[in-house]
Design a protein around this ligand. Structure first.
Ligand SMILES: *[C@@H]1O[C@H](CO)[C@@H](O)[C@H](O)[C@H]1NC(C)=O
Ligand SMILES: *[C@@H]1O[C@H](CO)[C@@H](O)[C@H](O)[C@H]1NC(C)=O
Ligand SMILES: *[C@@H]1O[C@H](CO)[C@@H](O)[C@H](O)[C@H]1NC(C)=O
Ligand SMILES: *[C@@H]1O[C@H](CO)[C@@H](O)[C@H](O)[C@H]1NC(C)=O
Ligand SMILES: *[C@@H]1O[C@H](CO)[C@@H](O)[C@H](O)[C@H]1NC(C)=O
Ligand SMILES: *[C@@H]1O[C@H](CO)[C@@H](O)[C@H](O)[C@H]1NC(C)=O
Ligand SMILES: *[C@@H]1O[C@H](CO)[C@@H](O)[C@H](O)[C@H]1NC(C)=O
Ligand SMILES: *[C@@H]1O[C@H](CO)[C@@H](O)[C@H](O)[C@H]1NC(C)=O
Ligand SMILES: *[C@@H]1O[C@H](CO)[C@@H](O)[C@H](O)[C@H]1NC(C)=O
Ligand SMILES: [Zn+2]
Length: 721
């Protein structure tokens, strides 16, 4: 009964949420002038108010009797509304708030005519700064024992309408001229550079900012604070409270490098005249960072660092700077027309987050870490946090698609794209996409057409097996989950069968999967990562490949899929891994084999001994990527890792050769015998690398040694005492 009631309730809520109000297509904003004056008096947790004004120049696309725009929790003085066209006033009949649609409707005495231009100005509105990082929000910090107020914005996805009346849909791009009024003891910043400051008397100063190019409302940003700024390096500055200043050098220099590398890669320079980063004091900003055009906001503690900061945190900071900067093109310059397609912005930025960070810090092997943390991480997340397509149906205001889909899955698919097209063609395609679509808004087909054009120009249709790019991508942008590819060899004929399936979603999803392989008896080359064949049906056969040696599919794990093999091939892989020739298998495929073997054993598709015997090769391993795959995979799929031994795992360890080295009396301390053997197993396979890196930090440590030591201590804290 209860469950049913709940279901009925949910159904009602869902049906309400499904009716997202879309603004009428009758008018289009061209240019805004936004003026805001926040009250910066410190009044603790009480709400602080601000007032503002907005003037919007419109083009009328269809005759209409009203102007409907977004406004939420804003008190508009309707006597201050003026509508004019070239100096002639248009009388306002009525103005009303439609709360459930988050809009404000200005009804007019006369019809606004198609192809004509009008100015709508709202001379006065008032609202409160929020405390939940939506719209214009307030943060505090204390300096020399005094509490100070910081006013700053966060508009993505639909919070601009909480700050000022606007056409708050991403495809309605317009130019923004921002004016901020503040006292002498404060300063202000916005997307573009400061143009002039006018004194208004009574300690009120108005900062007038340069007008932006056409941009989406969600990327608009401004802030009023008394923060000092770092020196300006090229186009970059960071604003932060004084206490943070000893830890801004690294992010500042990383910003300089990341923007330059992006400009070179994309071949389109950054559009605006400056790039500021604003560090929001701890405790107020719910997001890691936000890519507002020309004015990135960061949680202060996610930005500060020094060369004493641990390398994992440094990697995160480097990569998030790259992520937000990539959005300056993907999102700000070329904007998804609907929130349903926000992956066009997020997934590309999440890919360049790593790709560009790897160029900023070439020694850190960030693109190789990507395979473990992002690709393999995404498989896990799609199982445990929900499998969704990239094109995501938004059904309520303020909804954002799941982060693991936009970031992990999306960037894995972008990486796959860059491999089957080759990095060079991928880069050229993105260049022409950005050039063609700059200042406009896009849907996936726009991207696909640009890429197709480049494919034709480069004459590389064969790399897609003769298929069109959109045919391929439509399977990856609209299917849930990821494919499992199974490779079954016939050891007498040399044939190889390749099949695909989705573990959870039946067979209605048949992906177009780029397949490549290494057949050891035919020569081992892991470097060419375009597709050898495309698996476009549930199953296909490769005839007369080889009876001998081993086979690995999905070189460098470039494709967003898992691979299982028949048991004989697993045995042959274990054999080569456990020999001194293990290095002939590419390091990323060593990481892949570990991850896939544990996964397939966890769902009982291969026996439990396969992953554990395979991982024993790590005794010889020196490279930290396979170790990273090992500890993350084991903690995800090895139930014994958390002490909840499955019967098969228990049996495996009780019969393990290492069990001889565990004396019965060691069973004390609440540990079961199988767990003690497992610990011994971990100790054994990590003994060499532990000896190599030692237990204490050394001045000569490489990045990888530091990371590995930290991670081994974190994942296996009780195994080395
Ligand atoms: C700002 O807020 C303070 C505290 O509520 C109030 O005393 C003051 O009058 C406000 N200033 C303006 C200009 O509204
Ligand atoms: C406003 O105008 C649009 C387009 O002409 C129309 O669809 C809509 O119904 C009007 N809204 C109101 C509240 O009159
Ligand atoms: C709208 O206002 C701007 C700025 O005052 C002015 O330059 C422009 O001509 C006006 N447009 C119309 C159609 O009245
Ligand atoms: C980008 O800016 C650099 C330096 O100002 C300039 O040399 C280069 O020509 C510009 N590139 C493009 C594509 O505009
Ligand atoms: C750490 O950073 C400081 C300041 O940027 C620099 O002077 C110093 O040489 C750096 N130390 C190391 C070990 O890189
Ligand atoms: C490969 O597929 C074919 C056709 O589906 C099947 O007859 C054959 O037994 C398969 N071979 C292996 C080794 O599984
Ligand atoms: C493997 O190939 C041999 C020789 O072509 C054939 O006789 C046999 O049926 C195949 N095995 C399977 C399982 O398909
Ligand atoms: C895929 O299946 C279709 C229809 O079943 C078939 O016509 C086509 O030849 C198959 N393609 C390949 C490459 O096996
Ligand atoms: C399989 O390949 C071998 C050598 O690569 C060749 O001698 C043989 O004729 C091929 N068999 C078939 C059935 O194509
Ligand atoms: Zn992002």
């Amino acid at each position: 009964m209860k469950a049913l009631l709940l279901l009925a309730l949910c159904a009602t809520i869902i049906s309400i949420q499904c009716t997202i109000f879309r603004l009428p297509a009758s008018v289009k904003p061209l240019r805004y002038t936004v003026t805001i004056e926040p009250n910066m008096s410190y009044i603790g947790w009480q709400r602080s108010s601000y007032w503002g004004a907005v003037a919007i120049e419109l083009e009328v696309l269809e005759n209409t009797d009203n102007v409907t725009l977004h406004a939420s929790e804003i008190d508009i003085d309707d006597t201050s509304i003026r509508v004019t066209s070239n100096g002639r006033a248009v009388k306002v009949k009525n103005a009303l708030k439609v709360k459930q649609d988050q809009v404000y409707v200005i009804e007019l005495e006369e019809t606004l005519l198609k192809n004509k231009f009008y100015n709508v100005s709202i001379g006065k509105f008032q609202a409160y700064m929020s405390s939940n990082s939506r719209g214009l929000y307030k943060a505090h910090y204390s300096h020399n024992g005094e509490e100070r107020v910081v006013a700053v914005t966060h508009f993505e996805p639909t919070w601009a309408r909480y700050a000022f009346p606007c056409f708050d849909e991403p495809h309605l791009k317009a130019k923004f001229a921002i004016n901020l009024i503040r006292g002498k003891e404060y300063n202000s910043i916005a997307n573009e550079a400061l143009q002039t400051t006018k004194s208004l008397g009574a300690n009120r100063y108005m900062d007038v900012f340069k007008e932006t190019p056409p941009m989406p409302t969600y990327a608009v940003a401004f802030a009023v604070s008394d923060f000092p700024s770092t020196r300006k390096v090229e186009r970059h500055r960071i604003l932060a409270r004084p206490d943070a200043f000893d830890e801004l050098e690294y992010p500042l220099m990383t910003s300089v490098k990341a923007l330059r590398i992006l400009e070179e890669y994309i071949g389109v320079n950054f559009t605006l005249s400056k790039m500021d980063t604003f560090a929001v004091p701890p405790g107020y900003f719910r997001h890691f960072a936000m890519e507002n055009w020309g004015l990135i906001t960061f949680q202060e503690d996610q930005l500060r660092c020094s060369n004493k900061t641990n390398p994992i945190t440094l990697t995160t900071i480097t990569s998030y700077i790259a992520h937000e900067f990539a959005h300056q093109w993907f999102g700000n310059l070329v904007t998804p027309a609907l929130w349903d397609y926000i992956w066009l912005s997020e997934s590309f930025s999440a890919y360049f987050q790593y790709y560009i960070a790897a160029k900023v810090q070439p020694m850190w092997r960030i693109m190789e870490q990507f395979v473990v943390t992002v690709v393999q991480g995404s498989f896990y997340d799609e199982q445990h946090q929900g499998a969704h397509p990239l094109n995501f149906r938004i059904s309520r205001y303020g909804q954002f698609p799941p982060f693991h889909i936009m970031y992990q899955k999306g960037s894995s698919i972008v990486r796959m794209m860059s491999h089957f097209l080759t990095d060079e063609v991928f880069r050229k395609a993105l260049h022409s996409y950005i050039v063609e679509k700059q200042f406009t808004s896009v849907v996936p087909d726009d991207l696909y057409r640009s890429v197709q054009k480049t494919i034709a120009e480069e004459g590389i249709e064969h790399l897609l097996g003769g298929m069109r790019f959109d045919e391929v991508m439509q399977t990856w942008d609209s299917y849930k989950g990821y494919p499992i590819v199974t490779v079954t060899r016939n050891y007498s004929s040399g044939d190889i069968n390749i099949t695909q399936r989705s573990r959870t979603f039946g067979d209605e999803q048949v992906w177009k999967i780029p397949i490549n392989y290494v057949v050891s008896s035919k020569g081992v080359d892991f470097s060419k990562t375009t597709a050898d064949v495309w698996l476009i049906n549930a199953t296909m056969a490769l005839r007369n490949m080889s009876r001998d040696g081993w086979v690995i599919v999905n070189k460098q794990q470039f494709g967003y899929y898992r691979v299982n093999y028949d048991l004989e091939n697993w045995e042959r892989l274990i054999q080569v891994l456990k020999s001194d020739k293990f290095g002939t298998i590419h390091v990323l495929n060593r990481a892949q084999l570990i991850n896939d073997a544990f996964y397939f054993a966890s769902i009982e598709e291969i026996p439990i001994d396969i992953p554990y015997r395979l991982a024993e090769y790590l005794v010889r391993e020196k490279d930290y990527i396979p170790f990273a795959a090992f500890y993350t995979t084991l903690s995800n799929y090895g139930s014994i890792y958390f002490g909840n031994t499955k019967a098969t795992e228990k049996q495996y360890f009780l019969n393990h050769p290492l069990s001889n080295s565990i004396k019965d009396e060691e069973e004390e301390g609440g540990y079961s015998r199988d767990y003690l053997i497992f610990k011994e197993y971990i100790r054994t396979i990590l003994a060499n690398i532990r000896a190599d890196i030692g237990t204490e930090e050394r001045p000569t440590d490489t990045y990888e040694q530091k990371v590995l030591r930290t991670e081994l201590d974190r994942y296996f804290p009780y195994y080395f005492e």
